[in-house]
Ligand binder design. Structure first.
Ligand SMILES: *Cc1c(COP(=O)(O)O)cnc(C)c1O
Length: 552
């Protein structure tokens, strides 16, 4: 008789992929996964949810404890499957919720293979060809956005926030050399637009720059940084003896798809260097985690239009290209494949134009004694993380190969075309108005009004007229209510799930403006589901009108 622990080890061995090929066991592995997929498939319906909406029981979750004994694999996967019940199906044509894409099969496999064989991107010793994949994706993407791949370098990190952290860290080290060694000793600021992602604040906080040193530049109605204000505010900081850690250009704002004017930002940066005789070039980081994918249109022939996009779509895509083409002017770029590249989370690439910049954050050999003994590619010398999964570059690589430029052009073109259909309809109705009219992406922000509101003048009045404050608040509430009714409709199978943003911008007198939001990223989007959004809105208006008759 063997010791009980050995019996356990023997049975747990069945729970691992076999180190030496064993066809029967391989089948067991694959079949276990298939069963889970099958169970999930059984949860699909016409609604954009797996199963049905569940109330989340955190109290029970809090009481959970580890059991004494093991469970069979089948039971474990069953509990895992249950945890997906009530999840949105992002790829469902009735889901237009947020910038969350459905991952492709290729990218899922790209993510899965490394989770079986577990390469660690800390160095090439532990990741071999998967390390090559990271270099491959970095170069392909660098070329796509217009960098010279032989000068640039890339690394995958923990999200768009991580890419921003790298950009600003490099900039901080350029502006205030020695910060890495001695800590922050002088004031450094980050410039970004008022529509930039709050990740700018996070990064300022975590790098010790301080949130109050993030200077948010007001935006134009097109949700772009007013660069003339950047110039004057930057001048004020420099006159005061402050340093500029980074200027963040947002290339595709989260809610509005606003695109900053990188060319002007770049010119301003160079002008300030001359004027103030700066001994460093303030670092420009392009937060293009959303907009990067449009760089596939950089060399698309819009005149010949071989993919046959509609006129309105061509205009929208060309409008975006105008700005995305400027990406190579940035010193570094953040790219999320898990946003507009259709991969699973997390797949974020930080690209730096001049790989030499990475020396600013490279550890000394003596600080990393037990790693990096041989080989040439040792990203662990400069990455923030030590262990890094191979799933991120492998799923990105999968999609770049799967799509090619034309595939990505077609997918993005399609969702933009669908967004344009939605806009056309919203603009054609007296009770709805599009509020990010000057932005040409897959996201549409709009407001709905009750009968009797003149929607031609109302947005301007809401924006500028402080005496309209009470009315604005009533309209904000009205849109929240519309959202609730539309949401309930969608979860019962009739409508489309959209979302709500509490503040797509502030009024000139400091009130938040609420907007409804449609984010189209599903390849399965079709015009009939755009019509369903409209129908659901009209139904919601009628429901609310009936409610107010009752209460009056
Ligand atoms: C989503 C987003 C981020 C943060 O990226 P994560 O991948 O979610 O960490 C940063 N900037 C912009 C503009 C974003 O839309």
């Amino acid at each position: 008789m063997s010791a009980p622990y050995l019996d356990l080890v023997m049975s747990l061995r069945q729970g691992f992929p076999q180190p030496v090929s064993d066809r029967v066991h391989d089948a067991y592995f694959v079949f276990s996964f298939l069963r889970a997929l099958d169970q999930l498939d059984g949860m699909k319906s016409v609604t954009p949810l797996l199963g049905k909406a569940e109330t989340l029981d955190y109290d029970a979750a809090k009481r959970s404890q580890v059991a004494d004994g093991p469970l069979p694999l089948e039971q474990v996967t069953q509990t895992l499957v249950e945890h997906l019940s009530g999840m949105f199906i992002w790829g469902h044509p009735r889901a237009q919720i947020n910038v969350i894409p459905p991952p492709t099969i290729a990218s899922i496999i790209g993510g899965l293979l490394p989770s079986i064989y577990n390469p660690n991107l800390v160095s090439e010793e532990s990741s071999r060809q998967v390390a090559v994949a990271e270099v491959e994706v970095s170069s392909m993407t660098a070329d796509l956005v217009g960098y010279n791949p032989s000068q640039s370098a890339g690394l995958f990190t923990f999200g768009g926030t991580g890419t921003l952290l790298y950009g600003v860290k490099l900039g901080l080290e350029k502006a205030c050399p020695g910060t890495a060694q001695h800590g922050a000793r002088e004031r450094a600021v980050i410039f970004c637009s008022e529509r930039a992602h709050y990740a700018c604040l996070t990064v300022a906080n975590w790098l010790g720059i301080g949130r109050e040193n993030v200077i948010q530049i007001p935006c134009s109605p097109e949700n772009e940084m007013r660069t003339c204000l950047l110039e004057s505010m930057a001048r004020d900081v420099l006159k005061d003896g402050g340093k500029i850690a980074a200027i963040v250009a947002t290339m595709g704002t989260t809610d509005h798809f606003g695109l900053d004017d990188l060319k002007s930002i770049h010119e301003i940066r160079d002008r300030l260097v001359d004027e103030f005789h700066l001994d460093y070039h303030p670092h420009i980081h392009a937060d293009a985690v959303i907009g990067w994918a449009w760089s596939v249109f950089n060399d698309y022939n819009f005149d010949a239009n071989p993919l046959g996009f509609r006129h309105r779509t061509v205009r929208a895509l060309a409008g975006t290209r105008r700005r995305i083409r400027q990406l190579p002017l940035a010193d570094s770029v953040g790219i999320d494949f898990h946003k507009t590249g259709f991969t699973p989370y997390v797949s974020s690439l930080f690209l730096v134009k001049n790989s030499i910049d990475l020396e600013l954050i490279t550890r000394k050999q003596s600080d990393t004694p037990y790693l990096f003994h041989d080989g040439h590619y040792h990203p662990g010398r400069y990455t923030l993380e030590t262990s890094r999964s191979g799933s991120a570059p492998m799923s990105a690589l999968a999609n770049l190969r799967l799509f090619g430029k034309d595939g990505l052009r077609a997918l993005l073109g399609h969702v933009v075309a669908m967004a344009e259909v939605l806009r056309e309809q919203l603009e054609g109705h007296a009770s709805t108005t599009v509020v990010n009219r000057g932005n040409f992406g897959p996201v549409t922000l709009f407001r709905v009004y009750p009968d009797g509101v003149d929607t031609f003048g109302v947005t301007e009045r809401e924006q500028k007229d402080a005496s309209y404050r009470d009315q604005l608040r009533i309209h904000n509430e009205y849109n929240r209510r519309i959202y609730q009714v539309v949401q309930a409709d969608a979860l019962h199978g009739d409508g489309v799930v959209i979302s709500l943003t509490d503040c797509y911008r502030e009024t000139d007198y400091g009130e938040p403006m609420v907007a409804l939001k449609s984010y189209l990223l599903s390849p399965f989007a079709e015009e009939q589901y755009i019509n369903a959004v409209l129908e659901s809105l009209w139904k919601a208006r009628a429901t609310i009108a009936a409610e107010s008759v009752k209460t009056n």
